[in-house]
Ligand binder design. Structure first.
Ligand code: GTP
Length: 944
């Protein structure tokens, strides 16, 4: 939103806008175009003015239309009313004329009739009595009289009228002079009888010679002529008149408002046509009201009936309706005006919103352009059943078009169905329809473009808005390549390039699932190289690596297609073999492996080396259903193979687990015993074969078990060896030995050296010399009081590390003894190289002395050899006086065995130290003084 604000006021640069963001905008052509096109504010104002004008225009048109319709309607109404008024006025004047004609004709008839009667009666007609005879209508406003040639009334319908002279009356004079045969209609004159004026209708009487003989007169008051026009037919300002053709008014009927007006016309008006109807303007009338005027000449009489109908009255109703219509029109106009104001407001808000949306869209596009992301907006196209049929691309940026390999201008406005093949379209539709339903979708897509500049992997993100989707595409090719590389590294063993344990842990569950589905088997062959440590120790780590690689390659060459080989780590490999005939094929495969490894490997240094392996085999489904259990069982089987002498394979059997369990229990018990300090040392003396003088004590370990009592080494050392605990035990023995020496020293005993047995594993640790140094220093014991016994097997294979350790000890001044000599395979050269001090010949050879010449000869050879090498010889297991005698005869230097002493506790050993001479019969003075028995015989078998 801030960005929009900045666009909106380019002249007002906010201090918070960083130079980077300004640079960002400048770098964008769209922004430049916007700012260059002039200030945006006037543009916005222009937009608003356009909107306002549009709304006002629409409103004006609507108002104009409203008024046009209203006025047209009024006009047509008016025209219709006018038309009707003209028609009515014509009709009225016509019917008035007809009525008048009939009335005047009746009067004419009366005059004719009276003249006839007058003549016929010879002037004896009585008019006063005649009305009853129906001579003329008996109405108050119609009278008749007969006048003689002198102008004197001879008879009259009016009482007492006879004898009155009318000689000066116009009608008499006119009739007398003109001698017309027609009835004359006189102008209205004052009536003799009433205040009302009267119209005199006269007819001349002639004597037989044609001379004037008098006049028949009928006088009618105007009311007589007006009587048939009802009041109702007249409007308040209407009038109906009877005029002579010269314009003289004979009778007139007027509406209420103009009844007292002498004449309604300002000027006398003339009607030349026989009949007609017209509108006369207001200025022609005294009351200033326009009128519809209709006239009609009477047939046979020079008279004219005229109807004046006031427009004011005619249009009275119309005026009300017109007022109403105008009011409606005004109201409508106002409403439209209001509507346009509201509309303008609404549309300007809408426009604002649209503008903001447009701004947002542009900003978003700018952002995505800058971010190198592709973006699209698409609209769902719905079918008749409201199901989405297609998608229309509304907008996209260049990057987006690039991603999918089309031109942007082509894409905008295109539908998916037009740009994708039907199969591809189906996949795309499924994804897009799904996003329309759920509102969000994201996945990673691998693109198959051959163009190297094009991305190979993209992230596609779809977000629903309204009826469409906003789609962003981001290039993740680099990250993906890195990820794949990492995945490869995570799944590959760096040394051998074989798949590693991580790969296997992912792969096996799927493989087992598959096997479950198709009822197939999976075999795991866990291969652990035998004594590989020796390879490292003798040839070095680099050669060890080389051998591991060579082993991996050889194992790989033995696999069937579809089998997998994994390096678990160290010298362990697993072969995964899948299929239906596994059980039958596994043994041959295991044998092939053993045989193949037995073939020598020629390493870079030119030496060839053989390696053996122990293989444990577990098979799905009989040995387990899960990855972990199958691996565990293969491991147990492999241990069983190792325990069984190595260089062999074993199929997993349930009892292996029990044995392993027992071994683990034992190991744990040993660990606990170390912790609880349950191990103690016994000491067995080694004496001069001739004098019986104590030369040394061999430290022997025993387990003082709280329940089992004293446990001999044979019952726990093998477990300690296999578990590696032998290293800890060895260190414990050294520590206890030095403690004991320190104690004896403190007791001021005449100390003799103590020999300690160290295992090959202990020497292989490489830190034995530093442990010894530490003990020597801590306990303040002279180095000459320590002797180290090693077995022949420790020296096998010219183990470099062992040789180094031993020579370091030798250099330190520690005596080295080779124990159980004759049971291993040490060579003369090894003995010589190591510069050993003492050779302890195994008790088996001592026992064989008594069995004849061969045993003696063998013994003698060993002694000669040792002496030749400058070594002392110790015979072990001397149990009888005869053996001692023989050994003395063979020049054996020292002896050790039950004949001299069984292993003794520390306290007992202290006594032996004090005795110094331990051969039976050779008692020291002290002993003799104390009365101690020198022969201590115990029923224990063997030593450590
Ligand atoms: N050269 C080399 N040695 C390794 C590597 N990884 C482990 N080792 C060594 O391989 C040896 C494996 O020894 P073990 O399997 O425990 O024992 P072993 O000597 O083979 O004896 P057995 O298994 O009982 O037959 C150890 O000494 C490890 O230090 C490696 O990557 N390269």
């Amino acid at each position: 939103m801030k960005l929009i604000g900045r666009f909106a006021s380019p002249n007002r640069r906010s201090p918070s806008v960083s130079s980077e963001s300004i640079a960002f905008f400048r770098s964008c052509p769209v922004i430049v175009r916007r700012t260059a096109s002039g200030a945006r504010l006037p543009q916005m104002m222009q937009g608003r003015i356009h909107h306002a004008l549009a709304w006002l225009g629409i409103c004006s048109v609507l108002i104009a239309a409203l008024w046009t319709v209203t006025l047209l309607k009024l006009d047509s109404e008016k025209a219709q009313i006018t038309k009707n008024a003209l028609k009515d006025a014509s009709f009225l004047s016509q019917s008035y004329a007809e009525q008048l004609t009939r009335s005047i004709q009746q009067i004419d008839q009366i005059t004719l009739h009276l003249r006839y009667e007058w003549r016929k009666s010879g002037g004896a007609m009585e008019l006063q009595s005649r009305p009853e005879e129906g001579l003329f209508p008996l109405v108050s406003n119609l009278h008749a009289w007969v006048v003689d040639r002198h102008g004197v009334i001879q008879t009259s319908s009016i009482q007492g009228d006879i004898g009155r002279s009318v000689a000066n009356q116009d009608y008499f004079q006119t009739q007398k002079v003109e001698g017309s045969r027609e009835m004359l209609i006189g102008n209205p004159t004052g009536s003799y009888l009433s205040s009302q004026s009267a119209i005199h209708f006269s007819r001349r009487m002639n004597a037989s010679d044609g001379s004037f003989d008098g006049v028949i007169v009928v006088a009618a008051e105007p009311a007589y002529l007006e009587s048939f026009i009802s009041e109702l037919s007249l409007g308040r300002n209407d009038s109906v008149t009877l005029k002579k053709q010269d314009g003289t008014l004979l009778a007139s009927k007027r509406g209420e408002d103009i009844r007292d007006v002498p004449t309604i016309y300002r000027r006398p008006s003339m009607f030349l046509d026989e009949k007609g109807v017209t509108r006369k303007p207001p200025e022609e009338f005294v009351d200033g009201e326009a009128r519809i005027v209709a006239w009609q000449k009477l047939k046979n009489f020079p008279l004219m009936s005229i109807v004046n109908q006031s427009e004011k009255d005619i249009f009275a109703d119309y005026q009300q309706i017109a007022r109403d219509y105008r009011m409606y029109a005004w109201s409508g106009s106002l409403a439209l005006l209001l509507f346009s104001v509201v509309g303008l407001n609404f549309s300007s808000r809408l426009a604002k919103k649209r503008k903001s949306a447009e701004e947002l869209k542009n900003t978003y596009r700018l952002a995505t352009e800058a971010a190198r992301e592709g973006f699209f907006t698409v609209k769902a196209v719905y079918g008749k059943d409201r199901a989405i049929e297609d998608f229309l691309i509304l907008d996209c940026n260049d990057r987006g078009a690039e991603f999918i390999g089309f031109n942007k201008t082509f894409l905008i406005g295109s539908s998916f169905s037009s740009i994708y093949t039907s199969a591809r379209a189906q996949q795309v539709f499924a994804v897009f329809r799904g996003a329309m339903e759920t509102g969000y979708y994201e996945d990673e897509l691998k693109l198959s473009s051959r163009d190297k500049a094009q991305p190979t992997w993209i992230v596609r993100r779809l977000v629903r808005y309204g009826e469409g989707l906003a789609v962003t595409l981001r290039d993740i090719s680099d990250a993906k390549a890195h990820e794949l590389e990492l995945a490869k590294l995570a799944n590959t063993d760096a040394l051998t390039a074989l798949p590693n344990r991580h790969w296997m842990m992912n792969y096996l569950p799927t493989a087992l699932d598959q096997a479950r589905k198709i009822h197939a088997s999976v075999a795991l062959l866990l291969i652990d190289l035998d004594d590989f440590k020796n390879v490292n120790d003798t040839l070095g780590h680099v050669a060890g690596d080389e051998l591991l690689k060579a082993v991996a390659a050889r194992l790989q060459s033995l696999l069937r297609p579809g089998d997998h080989i994994v390096r678990l780590g160290g010298d362990e490999f697993i072969i995964i073999s899948e299929g239906y005939e596994i059980s039958a094929n596994v043994s041959p495969l295991a044998e092939r492996i053993c045989n193949a490894l037995n073939e020598p490997f020629v390493l870079k240094d030119g030496f060839s080396r053989m390696i053996r392996a122990s293989i444990g085999i577990s098979i799905y489904p009989q040995d387990g259903f899960e990855t972990e259990s199958l691996i565990k069982h293969a491991d147990i089987a492999m241990y069983a193979a190792k325990n069984d002498g190595k260089n062999r394979y074993e199929f997993y059997q349930a009892h292996f687990s029990e044995a392993l369990h027992a071994r683990l229990n034992n190991e744990q018990a040993i660990r606990n015993a170390i912790e609880m300090d349950e191990f103690v040392l016994y000491f067995q003396p080694r004496v001069d074969a001739v004098t019986g003088e104590l030369k040394s004590l061999e430290a022997l370990i025993r387990w003082q078990h709280p329940v089992r009592g004293l446990v001999l080494p044979v019952d726990f050392i093998p477990f300690a060896e296999t578990s590696g605990l032998i290293v800890d035990l060895g260190a414990l023995v050294l520590e206890k030995t030095f403690q004991q020496l320190a104690q004896w020293k403190a007791l001021a005993l005449p100390l003799v050296p103590v020999s300690v047995n160290v295992s090959a594993k202990q020497i292989n640790q490489g830190d034995l010399i530093s442990i010894l140094n530490s003990c020597i220093e801590r306990h303040g014991i002279d180095v000459s009081l320590l002797e180290i016994e090693i077995t022949e097997s420790s020296m096998v294979d010219d183990n470099l590390l062992v040789l180094e350790e031993l020579s370091a000890m030798k250099n330190r001044g520690i005596k080295l003894l080779i124990d159980d000599f004759g049971t291993g395979y040490s060579s003369m050269s090894q003995l010589h190289k190591l510069d050993l001090d003492v050779l302890k010949i195994d008790q088996a050879f001592t026992r064989s002395l008594a069995r004849g010449q061969k045993g003696e000869a063998f013994f003698k050879a060993m002694i000669s050899m040792a002496h030749a090498l400058g070594m002392h010889v110790v015979a072990e297991g001397v149990e009888t006086k005869e053996q001692l005698e023989l050994l003395r005869a063979l020049s054996c230097d020292e002896v050790q065995g039950y004949y001299i002493s069984e292993p003794a506790t520390a306290e007992e050993a202290a006594v032996l130290i004090k005795r110094q001479f331990l051969l039976p019969g050779s008692r020291s003075r002290t002993e003799q003084d104390l009365g101690i028995d020198g022969a201590m015989v115990r029923n224990e078998n063997g030593k450590s």
